[in-house]
Design a protein around this ligand. Structure first.
Ligand SMILES: Nc1ncnc2c1ncn2[C@@H]1O[C@H](COP(=O)(O)OP(=O)(O)O)[C@@H](O)[C@H]1O
Ligand SMILES: N[C@@H](CCOP(=O)(O)O)C(=O)O
Length: 321
C-alpha cells in the first residue's frame, strides 16, 4: 500500500486549516501508487487527493509539477488542479514531508488496454505536448541517458541476481545508447510516466491524466516511446502493432511527427525500455524490509529492450513513413 508516512488527526486538522475547502469529513490511505503517500480526502468542500511527497520527488521540483498541472488545467487539459492555500501557495508541509492537495479526477485506469484506449491516449498526449508549450518553467529529465549509468552502478553489479545475462546486456546497451542517443528533437514538457495506471477513462473515453511527478523538459517523441512500451505490449511480452498504430495515428492527427522524430523512434523506445528496466531493477534489489508495495518486475522491460534492438524503422510500429 502506498502510504509511507502516517498522518495524525491533529496534524491533518492543522494542515487543512491553511485551506478554504471546509471541514474534514474523512481521510483514507490509497493502496495504489508507488512513489508517494496518497490519501483520499473528503471535506465539506468536496473530494480531493492529499499527497505527501516521498523519496524520489525533490522539494525543489514541486513548483514545476504543481505549476504544470495548474497550467494544463487552465488550458482545458483533463488533469487534476492543485488547490491553493490561504497564503496563495500550492505547497505545504505535513508529517515532516512536503504536501499538497489536488482535485479528485473521476474515472478508472484500464488494466488491459485495447486499441481504442491507445487511440484516446495518443490524442491526449499530443494535446498535452501542445498545451505545455507556453509553460514558463523547465525541468531537466533527471532520469535521462546521462543518469542511467550512475543508476546502474548504484545496483552494485547485482543485476544477474534477477536473471543471468542481464548485467552484460545492460552494460552493452549503456555503451551503445550513450554514444547514439538522439539530440535536437522537438522538445517541451513531457509527462514521462504515462502508464495505464496514470490515465483514467469513463466508458472508454479518456477522462484525464494524473501523476505528473516525473514530468520534465525532453523530446516529445521520447514521451511517445514511453507510452509505446507501457501500452502496446501484451502481458506475455508480445508486441501489439494494432495498438501502436492506434497510438501513433491519433497522436499525429493532432501533432504530426517530424521525419527526425520518426527515424529516432526505435532508439527512443530502446532508451525508454532501459530507463524503466533500471529503476525497476534498483527498486527490486532495494526493497525496504516489511515494504507493502510490491516492486515491478524489471524483466518485462528487458524483453521490450530486446524487441526494439531488432527494429530497423518506425514502420515496425505500424507507422506509415
Ligand atoms: N487527482 C486524482 N484523482 C483521483 N484519484 C487519484 C488522483 N491522484 C491520484 N489518485 C489515486 O491515487 C493513486 C496513486 O496516485 P499516483 O499519483 O499514481 O501515485 P504515485 O506517484 O505514488 O505512484 C492513483 O492510482 C489513483 O488511484
Ligand atoms: N511507472 C513506473 C513506476 C512508477 O509508478 P507510478 O505509480 O508513479 O506510475 C514503472 O512502471 O516502472
Amino acid at each position: 500500500m502506498a502510504v509511507y508516512t502516517e498522518v495524525s488527526d491533529e496534524a491533518l486538522e492543522a494542515f487543512l486549516a491553511e485551506y478554504e475547502i471546509g471541514g474534514l469529513l474523512s481521510c483514507k490511505g490509497i493502496a495504489e501508487g508507488v512513489e508517494n503517500s496518497n490519501f483520499m480526502l473528503h471535506t465539506d468542500g468536496g473530494s480531493f487527493i492529499l499527497t505527501l511527497y516521498e523519496k524520489r520527488v525533490h522539494a525543489e521540483d514541486l513548483p514545476f509539477f504543481l505549476g504544470l498541472m495548474n497550467h494544463l488545467a487552465a488550458k482545458g487539459l483533463k488533469c487534476p488542479v492543485p488547490i491553493k492555500r490561504k497564503d496563495g501557495e500550492f505547497l505545504g508541509a505535513l508529517a515532516g514531508r512536503p504536501a499538497a492537495i489536488i482535485s479528485f479526477l473521476e474515472g478508472m485506469s484500464v488494466h488491459r488496454p485495447q486499441a481504442k484506449h491507445c487511440r484516446e491516449l495518443g490524442a491526449a498526449m499530443a494535446r498535452f505536448h501542445l498545451a505545455g508549450q507556453d509553460f514558463p518553467l523547465t525541468r531537466a529529465n533527471s532520469l535521462s541517458v546521462d543518469q542511467w549509468r550512475p543508476l546502474y552502478l548504484s545496483c552494485e553489479g547485482r543485476a544477474d541476481e534477477v536473471q543471468k545475462g542481464l548485467a552484460r546486456d545492460i552494460e552493452a546497451e549503456l555503451d551503445a545508447l550513450e554514444k547514439i542517443w538522439p539530440q535536437n528533437l522537438p522538445r517541451g514538457v513531457i509527462h514521462a510516466d504515462a502508464f495505464p495506471d496514470n490515465v483514467f477513462f469513463i466508458h472508454d473515453e479518456l477522462s484525464g491524466l494524473i501523476d505528473f511527478y516525473f514530468a520534465c523538459t525532453d523530446a516529445f517523441a521520447y514521451d511517445l516511446a514511453i507510452c509505446l512500451n507501457a501500452w502496446c505490449f501484451e502481458k506475455d511480452g508480445a508486441f501489439n502493432a494494432t495498438k501502436a498504430r492506434a497510438l501513433f495515428q491519433a497522436y499525429q492527427q493532432v501533432r504530426p511527427l517530424t521525419d527526425a522524430e520518426l527515424k529516432a523512434l526505435p532508439l527512443l523506445a530502446r532508451g525508454s525500455a532501459l530507463r524503466f528496466l533500471l529503476t525497476r531493477l534498483y527498486d527490486w534489489l532495494n526493497q525496504p524490509p516489511g515494504a507493502l508495495v510490491k516492486p515491478k518486475d524489471p524483466r518485462d522491460y528487458w524483453k521490450r529492450l530486446r524487441f526494439h534492438r531488432d527494429v530497423k524503422s518506425a514502420a515496425a510500429y505500424g507507422i506509415d513513413e
